[in-house]
Write a protein that binds this ligand. Structure first.
Ligand SMILES: [Zn+2]
Length: 465
């Protein structure tokens, strides 16, 4: 039996492509078995076909969020970390709570995070999960895949972790936790790959090797060895880099080089690697990224929230660096919305560099096809025949859109609140009329409220002295 859906009467379709190919105009879209099969101005419904009326709506490819920390969904606006930079915020917000995020709390956080992502039009999430330690945590990768399945999300688990000695890693030095061993980390990566990793042009599940940072999470020798392990298993590589000038200072002082030179020396550049942030970059580093095809996950809201700076994304894009967008953890964002992220990406470079720095089409490309490229998802991220049917129909039937001359730009130019007519992942309707299909929102709200209480500062034991 084939499942067929026809999307009719959309006012405009954005493809996720660049330049002239970015706009497809008013098109109908036929989907069969999770794949886009036909795109034409007027398609006739078939007898057995579900018809989605997109009248007045705008169709975008689903957003591809390339850097997230779902566990942080219960840590929004923690008061003591509201006005700190990255180092201060890490010490006050996530680190004291690392050991407190039990599998039960992680499930609530991940469900809340997935729900928020879906309601902004996200269809693929790469989660950089780094809560692994010697006393447990290996079950958390399984838990996240399970939650992704529940929501129908295309999911990339970036398996994090750290194996430095407790004294060298600021996360572990603040808690009673001990890091896992390198062998333990590799064994879990192999297990996750065997159990979940899918190949092919539009996989629903992928595994990526992703230590928390390349500078603090493991010594250079093991960093190189880990890259070899990942490539031997056919897995991509991801981590944080150059988020603050601390990375630059550390690499200069310890290794007498720049951060991108440091990772280059340790086999961590290439078309199978992407880094979150890349705020503090020299032109020579941008060239290295471009010539090796190394990608970036641009997280402008988190970078602004923590005062880290503005990544030179227009310069990186012009040099040919693959660009994508990520919301980062919402403990340093307070929003898990890719519409909010895209809106900010559109504005922030114009504020810094002038009105021609970014276009709406650039930002849509980065957040969709650009994301698929850095994640290595060959046939995901575009609205084109043969691509995975991951798309979102934004509802423009609201007074805030009256007066638009170019309504196709509205989801990015007007920002939140996004209003979704329908959202599809692999051809399955996951959001309809602004509601997540099958989600008990009242229960999620109760679970989240209860979980937040257990993570509140006054309810933490004082093990962080
Ligand atoms: Zn991050």
């Amino acid at each position: 039996m084939t499942s067929s859906i026809l999307i009719r009467n959309a006012t405009a379709v954005m493809s996720g492509g660049r330049g002239e190919s970015a706009r497809l105009g008013a098109q109908d879209i036929r989907i069969q078995d999770g794949i886009i099969r036909e795109i034409a101005p007027s398609l006739t419904p078939r007898a057995d076909e579900k018809v989605l009326d997109a009248r007045g709506g705008i169709v975008y490819p689903g957003w591809i969020n390339t850097h997230h920390h779902l566990f942080q969904n219960l840590l929004k606006a923690v008061p003591e970390g509201m006005n700190d930079d990255l180092q201060g915020w890490l010490a006050k917000v996530p680190y004291p709570r690392l050991a407190k995020v039990t599998p039960e709390l992680l499930r609530v956080a991940a469900r809340l995070g997935m729900a928020e992502l879906l309601l902004s039009g996200v269809t693929t999430c790469a989660d950089h999960h780094y809560l692994y330690h010697a006393h447990g945590g290996t079950e958390t990768g399984d838990l996240l895949f399970d939650v992704a399945d529940e929501f129908g999300m295309r999911f990339v688990l970036c398996r994090g972790g750290a194996v430095q000695s407790a004294a060298a890693h600021p996360g572990f030095s603040k808690t009673a936790l001990q890091p896992e061993t390198f062998e333990g980390m590799v064994a879990d990566i192999e297990r996750l790959k065997a159990r979940y990793h899918q190949s092919g042009p539009h996989p629903m599940r992928r595994v990526v090797v992703a230590p928390t940072t390349p500078t603090f999470s493991l010594p250079p020798l093991l960093l190189r060895e880990l890259a070899g392990v990942a490539r031997g298993l056919g897995l991509r590589l991801h981590t944080h880099l150059s988020e603050t000038d601390n990375y630059v200072k550390f690499c200069r002082e310890k290794y007498n080089c720049l951060p991108v030179e440091f990772v280059a020396d340790n086999d961590w550049l290439g078309p199978d690697v992407w880094f979150a942030h890349m705020v503090h970059m020299q032109p020579s580093e941008i060239r290295l990224m471009a010539t090796t095809g190394t990608g970036v996950s641009h997280c402008p809201v988190s970078n602004a929230r923590l005062g880290s700076g503005i990544a030179p994304i227009p310069q990186m894009a012009a040099a040919g660096v693959p660009i994508s967008l990520g919301v980062d953890g919402v403990a340093s964002n307070e929003s898990g919305s890719m519409v909010n992220e895209a809106h900010t990406a559109w504005l922030i470079h114009r504020a810094a560099q002038g009105a021609s720095a970014t276009t709406v089409e650039d930002v849509i490309h980065w957040g969709t096809a650009g994301g698929a490229r850095v994640l290595g998802l060959e046939s995901v991220g575009r609205i084109a025949v043969g691509e995975a049917a991951d798309l979102v129909i934004y509802n423009m039937d609201h007074l805030r859109y009256w007066g638009f001359h170019d309504i196709a730009t509205a989801p990015v130019a007007a920002g939140e609140p996004a209003r979704i007519r329908a959202s599809l992942i692999a051809g399955k309707v996951v959001v309809e009329d602004g509601e997540i299909v099958g989600l008990d929102v009242a229960k999620l709200r109760r679970d989240a409220a209860q979980a937040v209480v257990s993570l509140m500062s006054e309810n933490l034991e004082t093990e962080t002295a």
